[in-house]
Design a protein around this ligand. Structure first.
Ligand SMILES: C[S@@+](CC[C@H](N)C(=O)[O-])C[C@H]1O[C@@H](n2cnc3c(N)ncnc32)[C@H](O)[C@@H]1O
Length: 244
């Protein structure tokens, strides 16, 4: 997607609506992360509006965060507890935080928002550099298998159809580049609104190799935050890496 910049996906309108958006597995995710954080502290790369960080903080873990979008952080600050979270702005590829963590995590496929393999490796290296000796790095990312089942490597879905407004989701998959390009398009009386996103995905095995390059090794892997076994039918992959 020519001229696409990841920060464009998280503008003020997206940030304003983001807190209404729940995946539904927040409670299980927070329970999982709290267990791995032990006494903390924890760091969320790409904290967004605090969907996970705020309940994790409320559960007693000290959480710091980072993000590239000032709009998402502004929205985080408006929520209860959001003012108290220490944030460093910048990409998690190279942002330096002021302390080390028992848990670093990046969830909701956000590792894939970094659009090259080289930068994704740097994300692993940066996470490793921020871990305490027995700390862990948790990555939640989709399993790309569904992309290979698409007819003609693309789809258009009607996400909402109303009298004066429709919302379409358009996606194209490039298997050679391991890239997906997607745009949520809203057509209404107010005009046309685009919400583009591009992601460079990786299979779990590639994540493990990136981790090894960063001096980490896979300790645990699940198919969901409920700790379901990871299998060939898993859509989601939750990996826990520790220092080798
Ligand atoms: C889909 S949201 C997820 C937010 C939050 N982690 C959650 O689970 O609700 C993705 C977030 O990643 C941020 N982001 C994207 N690329 C980033 C990068 N390279 N470094 C830091 N933040 C990034 C965006 O600004 C946005 O807040």
């Amino acid at each position: 997607m020519k001229d696409y910049k990841p920060a464009d996906s998280f503008d003020s309108v997206t940030a304003a609506n983001y807190v209404d958006f729940k995946r539904g597995d927040e409670e299980a995710a927070v329970r999982f992360l709290k267990e791995r954080a032990h006494d903390g502290p924890a760091l969320e790369w790409a904290i967004g509006t605090g969907r996970i960080a705020l309940p994790l903080t409320a559960a007693g873990i000290s959480v710091d965060g980072n993000d590239i979008s000032p709009h998402m952080i502004e929205r985080l600050r408006t929520q209860q507890g959001g003012e108290d979270i220490s944030i460093v702005m910048g990409s998690f590829v190279d942002t330096v935080m002021p302390r080390k963590y028992a848990l670093v995590y990046v969830v909701f496929n956000t590792l894939f928002n970094v659009l090259s393999q080289e930068e994704q490796v740097r994300c692993f290296e940066n996470a490793a550099a921020h871990l305490t000796g027995d700390g862990v790095f948790v990555v939640e990312a989709f399993v790309p298998a569904f992309l290979y089942r698409l007819q003609d490597n693309q789809y258009v879905q009607a996400e909402a159809i109303e009298v004066n407004r429709v919302r379409l989701d358009l996606l194209c998959h490039d298997a050679a580049k391991q890239m997906l390009e997607e745009n949520h398009v809203t057509l209404s009386g107010d005009g046309v609104k685009f919400n583009p996103v591009a992601q460079r995905y990786a299979w779990p095995a590639e994540l493990d190799l990136m981790a090894r390059i960063a001096g980490l090794r896979l300790k645990e892997r699940f198919g969901s935050w409920h700790e379901e076994a990871f299998s060939s039918s898993s859509d989601n992959c939750i990996s826990v890496y520790g220092i080798r």
